[in-house]
Design a protein around this ligand. Sequence first.
Ligand SMILES: [Zn+2]
Ligand SMILES: [Zn+2]
Length: 144
Amino acid sequence: MTASPEYRSQLHSLGCRVTRQRLAILHVLRDAPGHLSPGQVFARARREVPGLTPTTVYRTLEFLRTHGFVWQSSRDRGHLAYELAHDRHHHLTCLRCGRETALPTAEVERAYGRLEAVSGYTIDHEHVTLSGLCPKCQAEPPGV
Ligand SMILES: [Zn+2]
Ligand SMILES: [Zn+2]
């Protein structure tokens, strides 16, 4: 893992301090295939930053979220997951098996456009995550 200059300059340009924790967490999310829970971020980032605590990870993730570096989504019955803010995308997660499906961006934009027209709000929809039951789980009897 190399320290990436692009995060340094992005943090700088926002007037944010560049800390090892911030960089380590950005690297972990950059190298992750998808969304990570704070626990997973902690497990990976502590290899880069000895002495890191879960509390620091939570605080840093919240900091990075408010500054637009990462997106937060709610999954697994309200547990939060994080990923680097990148291309606009939307997904659907199965509450039972955890399967994830991408939602077609055009459809999501259209639906939110209609909701904005009806409500008069501007709705934050750069990263929409919906949850439900996938077709496979709907076909199976509920487990114990
Ligand atoms: Zn996502
Ligand atoms: Zn499922």
